[in-house]
Design a binder for this molecule. Sequence first.
Ligand code: ZN
Length: 244
Amino acid sequence: MTELLYMRDNYIREFEATIIGTTDNSIILDRTAFYPEGGGQIGDKGTIQSDSEKASITSTKKIDGAIHHIVEGPVPFTPNQKIVGRIDWDQRYECMRFHTAQHILSRYLQLHHGLQTVGNQITCGNSRADYSPLDSIGDDMKLEVQDGVNSILKQNLDVLLTFMPRKEATNYLKEKGYQFRYLEMVPKSVTEFRIISVGAYDAASCAGTHVANTSEIGEIRLGKTKNVGAGKRRLYFSLVSPRE
Ligand SMILES: [Zn+2]
């Protein structure tokens, strides 16, 4: 079992660990800050380095419950070696900004348009989420949603991670009026839920990586939209960095 450092701290860029297994093209560690592809978010890239060797990690994936750091070329390590892992921070930090923005966009569309989030994909530069029931979205609605989400982002809300037993988490989200139906899709083997709260505005169960405050996100821009099935519409969005 690998200890998941990113579950409790999303800002770890560098960490020490021990190799507990290798395959032809991957490394398994006793602890990792690399986020594995899942929950709509892409896996982390970076490097893993020992005293004498260094490997580029092209992606991170969860396979049969184990977290595999996928290597470019042959694996230059053997089990029990001590290593230092470094995350490609530019890509990861962008994912954090996009993922928190998607939670706020979803909450806004739930509150003001009665929509449920039925899918999402968090990648660099352009992310998307699917909403239902929504057949079309006009320019007026796009602008209204964009302005509404940006007014939330501007409030510099703290983003907190808390942990709750499964049942308690479901009841908490239900009672507070946050979305909870997607929780049924989480495998029964998951007994502890990680709740991401954005001020008092939103709370959601999510294992993804998030910024610590909405001031880090910048502004949202809604892009094209696309029909993805009866009553389902995909919304693409980008972000203008607060540093721009
Ligand atoms: Zn999420």
